[in-house]
Design a protein around this ligand. Structure first.
Ligand SMILES: C[S@@+](CC[C@H](N)C(=O)[O-])C[C@H]1O[C@@H](n2cnc3c(N)ncnc32)[C@H](O)[C@@H]1O
Length: 304
C-alpha cells in the first residue's frame, strides 16, 4: 500500500513530513522522491540499526532536507522542538516490526529463526522478552498474552512457561515456540504457527507499543498544519482500534439544539476521515506479501 500511503500523506510537495517508523527506509525514499527541493523529511526509529541502514540507503537522496532521529516516536513533539520545527504537513506511522528485524535471528522477534528471546526494538534499554518470560509471574504472563495477543489459551501457555522455566531457563525463541506449541496441543493443521499470538504479545509488551501510539497521536495531532494529514498503517486489531477510536473523538459531530441551532462536539484539533473505511491490501499484494493480509490504512485530514 505504498502508493496509497503517499497519496494519503503528501498534500504539499514543499511541506515538512515526518516518517515515525523508518524501518528499511522504503516509505521515506518514496516520500523524498515526491518532495520538491524545499520539502523536508524527518525520520524516526527507535532501532539504531534502522537509522544506520536508512542513512546508508538514502545517502544519494539525502541533503539538508533530511534529519534522522534515533528515538521512540512517542517523543516526537520534544524532538521536533529541539530541531526547531513547529507544525508539520504530514505524519506517517507504519506500525510494528520491520522485515529486517524479523529476519535477524539475534533480534529474537521470530519463531521462524532460532535466537535469544530479545524482541526489543531499541536494544540500548529496557527489559528483553527473555527476561520477562523467565521472571514474570504466571498471572502477569497470562495477562500479557491475553491482552496483547488476544490468545484464548493464555492461561495454559503461561502455566506451561512457568513449569518449563522451573527446570531450565528459557533462552531461545525455538524453546519458547516449542513450549507454546505443546501447551496448545500442536499445530493441528493450522496455517499460522501456534506461537504467533504469544510472540506478538510479548513483543508488544516489552516495547510498550500501544502506549507509544497513543502518546504520539495525542501529542502530535495538534502539530499538523490545517489541511495536513496523519497516515497510520496498522497490522494488529488492537492498534487499529486505538487509532480509530482516537480519531473518531476528533471528528466533529453536530447536535441539534431545541432552540434551532447546532452544537459541534469534538476534541481539538478537528479531523476528517479521508476514507470512511480503512484501506486493505489488494489480493495481489496479499499474495506477494503475506504480512499485508492484516494491514489497515487509515488517513485523516486535520482541520475539518
Ligand atoms: C514496519 S517497519 C517500517 C517500515 C518502513 N515504513 C519501510 O518502508 O521500510 C516499523 C519500524 O518502526 C520502528 N518502530 C516501531 N515502533 C516504534 C516507536 N515507538 N518509535 C520509533 N520507531 C518505532 C521499528 O523499529 C521498525 O523499524
Amino acid at each position: 500500500m505504498l502508493n496509497e500511503c503517499l497519496e494519503g500523506l503528501i498534500t504539499d510537495p514543499s511541506g515538512i513530513y515526518v516518517d515515525g517508523t523508518l524501518g528499511n527506509g522504503g516509505h521515506s525514499a518514496a516520500i523524498l522522491e515526491r518532495l520538491a527541493s524545499e520539502g523536508r523529511l524527518i525520520g524516526f526509529d527507535r532501532d539504531v540499526d534502522a537509522i544506520k541502514r536508512v542513512k546508508n540507503n538514502l545517502k544519494t537522496k539525502m541533503g539538508k532536507r533530511v534529519d534522522l532521529v534515533h528515538d521512540n516516536y512517542a517523543n516526537m513533539a520534544e524532538r521536533l522542538d529541539q530541531l526547531g520545527v513547529g507544525k508539520v504537513t504530514g505524519i506517517l506511522l507504519d506500525l510494528g516490526v520491520s522485515s529486517f528485524q524479523l529476519d535477524l535471528p539475534e533480534r529474537g522477534f521470530s519463531f521462524m529463526h532460532d535466537g535469544p528471546i530479545d524482541m526489543r526494538m531499541d536494544q540500548s534499554c529496557g527489559q528483553t522478552a527473555g527476561e520477562l518470560v523467565n521472571t514474570g509471574s504466571e498471572q502477569e504472563l497470562a495477562d500479557i498474552i491475553f491482552r496483547y495477543g488476544e490468545e484464548r489459551s493464555s492461561r495454559r501457555i503461561a502455566k506451561a512457561i512457568v513449569a518449563a522455566r522451573a527446570k531450565v531457563r528459557v533462552e531461545t525463541t525455538a524453546q519458547l515456540a516449542g513450549i507454546v506449541e505443546c501447551a496448545k496441543g500442536g499445530r493441528r493443521g493450522k496455517r499460522t504457527h501456534p506461537a504467533t499470538k504469544t510472540f506478538q504479545a510479548l513483543r508488544m509488551a516489552v516495547n510498550d507499543e500501544l502506549a507509544s501510539i497513543e502518546h504520539v497521536l495525542e501529542t502530535m495531532a495538534g502539530r499538523v498544519t490545517e489541511g495536513g494529514r496523519m497516515v497510520v498503517l496498522t497490522f494488529h486489531s488492537l492498534e487499529d482500534r486505538l487509532v480509530k477510536q482516537f480519531f473518531n473523538r476528533h471528528v466533529p459531530r453536530e447536535e441539534s439544539l431545541q432552540q434551532g441551532g447546532v452544537r459541534r462536539h469534538f476534541e481539538e484539533p478537528p479531523v476528517k476521515w479521508i476514507w470512511k473505511k480503512p484501506l486493505t491490501a489488494s489480493d495481489e499484494e496479499q499474495r506477494i506479501n503475506p504480512r499485508s493480509r492484516s494491514a489497515k490504512l487509515r488517513v485523516v485530514e486535520v482541520g475539518a
